[in-house]
Structure formats: structure tokens, C-alpha cells
Ligand binder design. Structure first.
Ligand code: ZN
Length: 206
């Protein structure tokens, strides 16, 4: 597949993902951003400020591995959080960042991080084949200074290695995988598991 075809294929997958994610109410008011990495290392990513349930392929732009625009369009302010993950993990091909209610509530309930264990749905995560598993989703304080926030995430990953996602407090979730499809699976599993933890702790889901 040449680069243009690869880009449009990934852009179409991100548009579809946006429609599904918006259908679940996880990207209110133009929030969130999504990306996918091409074979040549460049990245297809949502432009700034578009509603993620109404995306068209023209709302997906191309950046290089350092986050520089390759087509003159303006990327999201949080682009560096995407490029840092792609640089660290060579097998990551997609990153989804919704501002879901459950991720936001989880960050308030568990500001030191959320532990997920003994759930059958943990098997939705790449590499996990039993409910007898323990997944920790760290929570980082929100910060409008994205390079500073990216550095904080980097320090955590230096110490803890590969994880399935992280939450920014009062903000939303970052999760990733080796394809758009796998990342959607991780996202749906995390939201379900967050919902379980929230209900267990007595916060009524709206
Ligand atoms: Zn965000």
C-alpha cells in the first residue's frame, strides 16, 4: 500500500472510531484526539477543535515523529503526548484519547492510580489470558504545560515499563495498541472496568 492509500485507510479508521466513541458519549464538546502511525513513522492525527463524532477524513492530518505538521494543518495541543508514546513503544500503532466520564471520575476517586484485578474483561488486553491478572492505570495531575506533562509520563514509564493506558486527573484517558481495532478494544475494556470500580465505590454513574 502506498503512503497516500495507507494514510486514507488509517484516517477512515479514525473517523469510524470517532463515531463509535462519540456514540458512547466519551468525547463531549470537541474534546479528545486520536492518532495512528504509518509504516514510514509519520503519524495520522485528528486536527485541533473538531467534534470527534462528526469527523471527515479531511479532519485527519499528517505529522512527523516529532509532531511537526506535514500538510499545513494544525494538530491538537496534546500532540506531544502521542509522539512520546510512539517514540517509546515501537509496536504502538494507534492512540485514542477520550474525555470520558468514567475516566474523569476514576481520576478523582483514585488520584494515586487505579488497580484493576480479577476481572474477566482484563483478557481484552493484549498479552493477558486470565482474570487472575493485575493492571495498574496511573493517574497524573492535569497540566496545561504539555511538555512538562509528557516528561512526567515518561518518568513513570521509565520506572514501570509497558502499561495499557493512563488517566490525566479531571481530564481523560490515554490508551494505545498495535492497531485501531486493538486500541478500541482496550478503550472499551478500560471504560467498562472503570465503571465497575466506580460503582463498587458507591459513586452513582450519571
Ligand atoms: Zn485531552
Amino acid at each position: 500500500m502506498n503512503r497516500d492509500n495507507e494514510f486514507f485507510s488509517l484516517a477512515a479508521q479514525l473517523v469510524d472510531a470517532g463515531r463509535i466513541i462519540d456514540g458512547k458519549g466519551w468525547v463531549p464538546a470537541t474534546s479528545g484526539n486520536f492518532s495512528a502511525r504509518l509504516n514510514d513513522g509519520n503519524i495520522a492525527i485528528t486536527v485541533s477543535g473538531k467534534h470527534k463524532g462528526l469527523l471527515q477524513t479531511s479532519d485527519i492530518m499528517l505529522i512527523d515523529a516529532d509532531g511537526n505538521s506535514l500538510d499545513g494543518k494544525k494538530p491538537s495541543a496534546e500532540t506531544m503526548l502521542h509522539t512520546a508514546l510512539y517514540k517509546r513503544f515501537s509496536d504502538v500503532r494507534c492512540i485514542l484519547h477520550p474525555h470520558s466520564l468514567n475516566a474523569t471520575l476514576i481520576s478523582k476517586l483514585f488520584p494515586a492510580g487505579c488497580v484493576l484485578e480479577n476481572y474477566e474483561l482484563l483478557k481484552a488486553f493484549n498479552g493477558i489470558d486470565t482474570h487472575e491478572s493485575r493492571v495498574v492505570i496511573p493517574v497524573f495531575a492535569n497540566d496545561q504545560n504539555i511538555p512538562r506533562l509528557a516528561a512526567k509520563v515518561d518518568r513513570y514509564l521509565d520506572q514501570h515499563g509497558a502499561i495499557y493506558g493512563y488517566v490525566i486527573e479531571g481530564h481523560g484517558l490515554y490508551t494505545w495498541g498495535n492497531s485501531v481495532q486493538e486500541t478500541m478494544r482496550h478503550l472499551e475494556a478500560l471504560d467498562y472496568l472503570f465503571d465497575c470500580e466506580i460503582r463498587l465505590h458507591g459513586v452513582k454513574k450519571i
